[in-house]
Design a protein around this ligand. Sequence first.
Ligand code: UDP
Length: 279
Amino acid sequence: ERKQVIVITPTYNRALQAYFLNRLGQVLRLVQPPLLWIVVEMTSASAETAEILRKTGVMYRHLVCVNKNNTNVKDRGVHQRNAGLEHIERHRLDGIVYFADDDNVYSLQLFESLRNISSIVMEFVALCLRFHSQISRIACLFCSHFGTWPVAMLAQSKNKAIVEGPVCNASQVIGWHTNEKSKRLRRFHVDMSGFAFNSTILWDPKRWNRPFSNPIRQLDTVKEGFQETTFIEQVVEDESQMESVPPSCSRILNWHLHLDAHGLVYPRGWLLQKNLEVV
Ligand code: UDP
């Protein structure tokens, strides 16, 4: 069974926004069969974003996140991603959910690989084989509902590329690439755009809807740098419930960029929107 892909993108008005959204939209437009793009802004829907989305030719939903909790956490799209998840839950959208930040670079192959994340419901087989760890591990690969892969990060200021994500043996995740000392504290070393999961997880009482844990509220207060691992810890128990996408993690399919667009100098005489769309 091959599922629809549902992409959640938090975005906000700043210089380069038009460039980022157009670039991402153009890749998404090429994905076949068409996917659903959930684009979420904070507080209000901007006319600039609405205009770009209309022109992309991608099937989209333009949402607004009204944050009622007044947390001090530096946001960076957290509440918007949660609003996207709430939308999926409320409308019971069936598909592979993927968080794609607007400023990263994605290959077409990535979106095509997402569809291969196992969606066969074999929970009952896993249950029967629970006491035989090796077989249970294999069974879990068929019902993982959760895929992850390495993402390359390019830090403009540090002038270096690093890789973060799983080390794999065929489809199994057997370890993690990690670079920074402080990040050793994280359970899973995955980039926000380095994993995707079947939306059925969201209505699985053993995972997302476990009693006493409300990940939507929790994520709002999680320290920066721990968002991904905290989220993943809520939906999988360990690496045996994950699969690599594509198998063996042998290629980099997307890049996480850190471009600094503050203090841009604009060409004289041109009329520019605040998101750098030229009119
Ligand atoms: N973002 C947002 N509002 C903000 C900051 C970030 O919507 O105030 C979005 C941004 O458009 C991007 C994602 O959140 O899609 C991640 O932002 P950024 O790349 O700045 O964070 P980083 O990846 O550097 O932590």
